[in-house]
Design a protein around this ligand. Structure first.
Ligand SMILES: Nc1ncnc2c1ncn2[C@@H]1O[C@H](COP(=O)(O)OP(=O)(O)O)[C@@H](O)[C@H]1O
Ligand SMILES: [Mg+2]
Length: 261
């Protein structure tokens, strides 16, 4: 655990306003992979559906406090963060987060609520090497607040679909965030997910998106596999439920490449 403790915290937002593209799976799996490499990792669930929280074995119904209290009531994140069996810490969400979007809409500084919460956590002495932000499937206040807190954004993309327009909108939002709230935000690239390497179609879609928007493509693609659907049911990521699976190894390889940036 100690080898990387001195480095600066890197905050990565995993965002795409399209649902079902493996944002949450990517956050859980990359988090577990980074933890395997000895990094201290915090995952932040910013989706009111709380899928990340569920998938790490925590029932949101059992939680008194969640990320909603941190973002809208100023509760210190340190009072809400929980350790998980997957070797990462989690700032969990509950359905109450659905109200945060409306609560924050009229608040000064709403774009900065995630950044401020993370800064306060660091100032309180809790150090992480990585903070991964699991964004909701929209480009609303919570996603903008995540992008404002982030050093980089990673865009999971399901290559079967021709969702080019969605990518353009997301990049427009990134540009706005860069202009108004977070000059340093970088797009780290698209991550091909639910990838079916047997078809040329997936590769063609990917090449097209990368060229159209001049985006880097992170390698390797994450293969489509039923194993991914099974892992959340037992509250662990695929890295522990199917340790030697090629899907787990793909996320390990992506995590290793992120640490090289
Ligand atoms: N590589 C994969 N192969 C097969 N199914 C996957 C893969 N990655 C994610 N899934 C499944 O796809 C669904 C959507 O994934 P999720 O991570 O919740 O997406 P999002 O957070 O973008 O909505 C989930 O049921 C998940 O288990
Ligand atoms: Mg999700």
């Amino acid at each position: 655990m100690g080898s990387v403790a001195a480095s600066k915290t890197r905050v990565l937002a995993v965002a795409n306003q399209k649902g079902g593209v493996a944002k949450t799976t990517t956050v859980a799996s990359l988090g577990a992979a980074l933890a395997e490499l000895g990094h201290r990792v915090l995952l932040v669930d910013l989706d009111p559906q709380a899928c990340l929280t569920f998938s790490l074995g925590i029932d949101p119904e059992d939680l008194e406090l969640s990320v909603h209290h941190v973002l809208t009531k100023g509760l210190p994140a340190s009072e809400v963060v929980i350790e998980t069996d997957d070797g990462v810490d989690l700032l969990p969400a509950t359905i109450e987060l659905a109200r945060a979007e409306a609560d924050l809409l009229t608040r000064t500084g709403r774009e900065h609520v995630v950044r401020t919460a993370l800064e306060e956590l660091a100032e309180g002495g809790t150090r992480y090497d990585w903070v991964l932000l699991d964004c909701p499937p929209s480009l609303g206040v919570l996603t903008v607040a995540a992008l404002t807190a982030a050093d980089g954004v990673l865009v999971p993309l399901q290559c079967e679909t021709l969702s080019h327009r969605g990518v353009g909108q997301l990049l427009d939002t990134v540009h706005d965030v860069r202009r108004f709230t977070n000059r340093g935000l970088e797009v780290w690239g698209v991550l091909p997910t639910l990838y079916d390497g047997r078809t040329n179609h997936a590769r063609a879609v990917l090449d097209n998106v990368a060229a159209t928007y001049r985006l880097d493509v992170l390698e390797p693609p994450i293969p489509k596999s039923i194993r991914f659907a099974e892992a959340p049911a037992v509250g662990r990521s695929i890295l522990s439920t199917s340790r030697r699976h090629r899907g787990a190894d793909a996320y390990r390889a992506v995590a290793a490449s992120l640490t090289q940036r």
